[in-house]
Design a protein around this ligand. Sequence first.
Ligand code: TYM
Length: 333
Amino acid sequence: MDHAKKPRILSGIKPTGELTLGSYIGAIKNWVKLYDDYECFYMLADLHAITVRHDPSVLRKRTLEQLAQYIACGLDPEKNVLFIQSRVPAHAELAWVLSCYTMMGELNRMTQFKDKASKQSDNINAGLYTYPVLMAADILIYQADLVPVGDDQKQHVEICRDIAGRFNGIYGDVFTIPEPYIPEVGARIMSLDDPESKMSKSEESGGSVLLMDTPEIIMSKFKRAVTDSEASVRYDAENKKGISNLMTVYSVCTGKSFIEIENEFEGKGYGIFKKAVGEAVVETLCPIREEALRLLKDKAYLDEIIAKGTERASYIAGRTLSKVYKKVGFYRA
Ligand code: TYM
């Protein structure tokens, strides 16, 4: 890999559930396009995954599956640094330092914390609360210039910028201040059975399309997708949330604009449209599923990628951590 001075990217996904069409469209699909112009670091955010109660054996299995899925989505391990967050201890070490430069008032404002806390009232742990500090450490430790994420992570990138700015204000230019990179179309894919809520990994119902769903399951999920009673395929994100969401998915999968889609389905019923969206998604996801299943049979290859990714990530992360420790005054002989 050419490590010439390109601007840097860092992003990641928690292996808390099966990857969804939402995480593919909002995040991974965009990551794949960036390696020509950036040095790209993509992690499996396992430290973040334990803020919810989980089954250790499932987490272990999902982490490897998610790596296979990253590669199957087109992230070439020769051109991108793919790694597991917990294998690079500097993330957690920097998070502690940054927590001393993060205000509780800032964390209190995080909408994702409020949302998650309301959903798991029996387990509002401190990790859930300080989650944005660890995420800031993930980004700042690589001196990332750009953070490609979906809409729901924007507030976390903003707090990261604030923490970095505060630290730099005290100690000089230690951290690069990162910019969020949020796609214009597809930054928030909604659940198929409730277009008011985000498609999420934790959803049990048929509203989430999974990267590893079979074609039959994908088609049946789109067939049941919630629409409206108007029977016209027209983009209106305010009043026609279900149809607009399906149009977004279709647009991303086919490259067609909303106008082209409206013309294509003029006078046709929702049944025909939903079938076409399902087919476009099957065409996009099927090769990914097959490639991921193939890769998962070669554990030695995946382990080799993890080892290489850990080495490269640790090198860059270690350099930033040394700089930070020096700045804050930790004694070194
Ligand atoms: P996570 O694991 O919830 O989601 C991973 C990525 O997928 C995007 N995404 C979506 N985009 C559009 N529509 C959806 N329905 C949808 N669902 C998920 C998310 O915006 C995200 O980009 N905190 C992060 C993981 C993380 C991270 C980081 C990201 C940890 N450290 C550092 C960037 C930089 C998270 O929980 O993402």
